[in-house]
Design a protein around this ligand. Structure first.
Ligand code: SF4
Length: 407
């Protein structure tokens, strides 16, 4: 097993039991030195997009404004994901310490932490961590910490929609540019990061970038994953990056409870492309998974065994996108409704090859017609499932043909 990089006991014992040891050390470093450390560690955003954390921070550091904000997104809106909640429940001081390190590196005067209104224990834990900070001498140079609660609606996880909610408006993504890092809350530069991303910072600051990378045998660092209920070791687990996806599934996920052969894997949440069993030797990291037509996303790993009808999976995924669309853009509304209808009709035995040929056409026609990145999300799962599991679709078309003949 990998060392638990979030554990306070290990972090504090190393530096003589002081609270917030990494923050204390970070305050002796310049914002640029912290950014360099993050770059050397190769840390990327753990909320889904996998954008390099140092580049987003560099953009923030270039903003000349005197007033800046950091917002930590702890809503964990991806279905099936449990990692941020796990951190907030078990390691709230590490989460707060990481957020404060980022705020220091971003020269932010206010730190917002957004949590789900239903996450009562996480909210309480974080409030206790803030109380601990207030009792510490570090509080004199710490930013103001504000804890906000948000709804479970998926689109609130989109960073500009989250900022709208924190500003008291409806959860609707905003047109960009300007990007939040240029003009976010109150029109001020606002750096939005995920709970897990900042939770890696205390370890990186205390032990250095090389130690962080060396947590993985491939020298690529680590990430939290949430294994679905079909896995022997379901739930949240720290996984090394750079090993094969097959090893991730067997060593860290424990394989399937059913004991059956894996037919398909979706390794990064609903918007990730599906992989076949033959593709499982792909390297488990952002770039190789992207090249394979999939994504690591926020590490929600779902696997489907050889008995699974993939048309039913496609219908479920497209229904999720239909329900989660915020409705602002006609192209996104139309795309999500049509894709969901095609999959539902196929599942109900009313599909055809001609109908599913509309899937790539609809996706292409709406490619750049959305205000936010949600417009692109159905493409990879829809196209990969059609291409790689076409025999399942053909089986449903045969049912349709039988019906026509009988009628
Ligand atoms: S692309 Fe979709 S989710 Fe994003 S703003 Fe437009 S309608 Fe809403």
């Amino acid at each position: 097993m990998i060392q638990d990089i979030f554990d306070r006991g290990e972090l504090e014992a190393e530096v003589g039991q002081t609270a917030f040891p990494a923050l204390r050390l970070a305050h002796r470093l310049s914002p640029e030195a912290i950014r360099d450390l993050i770059e050397q560690a190769g840390l990327v955003g753990k909320g889904g997009a996998g954008f390099p954390t140092c580049r987003k921070l560099a953009l923030m550091q270039r903003q000349p404004d005197a007033v800046k904000y950091v917002v930590i997104n702890g809503g964990e809106h991806e279905p099936g994901s449990g990692k941020d909640h796990h951190l907030l429940e078990h390691y709230p001081i590490t989460v707060l310490e990481g957020a404060l390190i980022l705020a220091h590196a971003a020269s932010a005067g206010v730190l917002h932490i957004a949590l789900l209104q239903t996450a009562e224990r996480a909210i309480e834990n974080l409030k206790n961590a803030v109380r601990l900070l207030k009792e510490d001498s570090l509080s004199k140079c710490a930013p103001e910490v504000r804890i906000s609660v948000v709804s479970e609606s998926y689109i609130v996880g989109e960073e500009s929609a989250l900022l709208e909610v924190l500003s008291g408006r409806d959860p609707l993504p905003r047109q960009r540019p300007p990007h939040p890092v240029q003009a976010g809350l109150d029109g001020r530069p606002t750096l939005v990061q995920n709970v897990e991303t900042v939770s890696h910072l205390p370890y990186i600051v205390l032990y250095g970038a090389a130690s962080y990378r060396a947590l993985s045998p491939a020298g690529a660092g680590v990430t939290l994953c949430t294994f679905g209920p079909e896995f022997v070791k379901e739930g949240v687990c720290l996984v090394p990056l750079g090993i094969s996806l097959r090893d991730v599934l067997t060593i860290y996920g424990g394989g399937l409870k059913s004991g059956k052969k894996i037919k398909a894997v979706q390794p990064g949440g609903y918007s990730a492309g599906f992989l076949t069993n033959a593709e499982l030797d792909v390297c488990f990291d952002h770039a190789p998974l992207r090249e394979a037509g999939s994504a690591l996303g926020c590490g929600v790993i779902r696997a489907f065994d050889e008995d699974q009808d993939m048309v039913s999976v496609a219908a479920d995924v497209m229904d999720f996108f239909r329900q989660s669309c915020c409705g602002q853009c006609p192209g996104c509304r139309m795309q999500t409704q049509v894709l969901s209808r095609i999959m539902d009709q196929t599942l109900a035995g009313r599909g055809s090859e001609k109908l599913t040929r509309q899937v790539p056409v609809v996706i292409k026609a709406n490619e750049d017609k959305g205000i936010c990145g949600f417009i692109h999300m159905p493409a990879a799962p829809a196209l990969s499932i059609l291409k790689k599991f076409d025999e399942d679709f053909v089986r449903h078309f045969e049912v349709s043909t039988d019906k026509v003949v009988r009628e």
